[in-house]
Ligand binder design. Structure first.
Ligand SMILES: Cc1cc2nc3c(=O)[nH]c(=O)nc-3n(C[C@H](O)[C@H](O)[C@H](O)COP(=O)(O)OP(=O)(O)OC[C@H]3O[C@@H](n4cnc5c(N)ncnc54)[C@H](O)[C@@H]3O)c2cc1C
Length: 319
């Protein structure tokens, strides 16, 4: 019987959890379906332009998270959003900087999509990885959006106990359409970006003014509102661009060179679970992420810290 702890997802919660458990002596393997680290803390390159396409910045309220962020700042991984009156922090040189730095030294298998998780009579987990075979684990910790975790368990014909299953099944997410717009010249977007409270667009920012390193004159991230994103999610990219660009035209200030659409199916949890994490020691099964700690980077991080604390006393093999 191996004593491996497998973490599904190399977003901010999976990486903090992996580092926390590894620091306590656990043998940790992170499985990530994508090629990169960071999940929704994503940076995308399109030609000469670089865009933060998911999370734009983060804020800090929780004292435990503040201590973690103080380290990030001391290491130069984050800084204040330039020219912004708000207390917003951004990655240096982009939002992926923090996940990339946290990933250093961890065992992370990228392009490893877990498609099913089976519980064996021996008390271990067997994970089916798309095109990669099987991996077994003593403990299984999900940090991906909850519907994706439940799909993996369902594919392995595992039924969660009735004390947690129904509550987790209720955790659903808003989608978000993010349009990444390259311009021929400097934009007229204010340096601190614009958060809209109504209409089809919820956020607009120029990644050049934000400080992302690039040679493009302007790289504007346009995020659609939850209502617009849900209504138009499956439409062709050109139609979505044709609906969103006129709304932000006055802030563009230069001709559009190209647009690229990123569809976030699970952008933001609609509600937060009552507990900061779920840990079922008798099953060696846990859940963390922003659906538990709150719908932001800070919420994902505090959830990971909570699951680290919960799992630590159970790190020795049960048998
Ligand atoms: C458009 C957008 C804008 C946002 N803006 C902000 C903001 O300004 N400020 C803020 O604080 N927060 C913002 N957020 C929210 C923030 O990004 C998230 O709360 C946070 O990054 C969630 O981290 P996580 O680790 O819980 O999940 P994720 O980042 O989603 O990480 C989960 C990981 O699991 C992987 N995965 C999923 N299924 C599998 C599988 N079957 N096998 C293997 N790997 C799998 C995914 O590829 C992903 O890397 C935004 C999010 C979006 C999408």
């Amino acid at each position: 019987m191996n004593n491996t702890t497998v973490i599904i997802g190399a977003g901010i919660s999976g990486l903090l959890l992996a580092r926390g458990l590894a620091a306590r002596g656990a043998e940790v393997v992170v499985l990530e379906k994508s090629r990169g680290y960071g999940g929704r803390m994503a940076t995308k390159r399109v030609g000469e332009a670089s865009f933060d396409s998911g999370a734009q910045f983060f804020t800090v309220r929780d004292p435990e998270f503040a201590a973690v962020v103080a380290d990030w700042q001391a290491n130069g991984w984050v800084k204040a959003w330039p020219d912004s009156p708000h207390r917003r922090l951004v990655g240096v040189p982009a939002m992926t900087a923090v996940p990339k730095a946290l990933a250093e030294g961890l065992t992370i298998l990228r392009e490893h999509k877990v498609t099913a998780a089976r519980r064996h009579t021996c008390g271990c987990w067997e994970l089916e990885i798309e095109n990669q075979g099987l991996i077994s684990a003593e403990r299984l910790l999900f940090t991906c959006p909850v519907p994706q975790a439940l799909a993996v368990l369902a594919a392995g014909e595992f039924t969660l106990p009735s004390t947690v299953g129904p509550a987790l099944a209720e955790l659903t997410y808003h989608p978000c359409l993010a349009l990444l717009v390259s311009l021929a010249g400097p934009s007229a977007v204010p340096p601190e970006g614009i958060a809209f409270t109504e209409g089809p667009v919820r956020w607009l920012a120029d990644n050049v003014k934000k400080g992302l390193a690039q040679t493009a004159p302007a790289a504007v991230t346009v995020q659609a509102s939850a209502v617009f994103s849900a209504q138009h999610y499956g439409r062709p990219e050109a139609e979505i661009a044709a609906l969103l660009l006129p709304v932000v035209e006055r802030w563009l200030g230069a001709p559009v060179v190209s647009t690229t659409l990123h569809r976030w199916k699970f952008s933001e949890p609609k509600a937060t679970h009552t507990e900061r994490c779920v840990w079922l020691p008798e099953l060696g099964l846990g859940f963390a992420g922003d659906a538990f700690g709150g719908p932001k980077i800070e919420g994902a991080a505090v959830s990971a810290l909570a699951l680290t604390q919960a799992v630590t006393p159970h790190l020795q093999p049960a048998r």
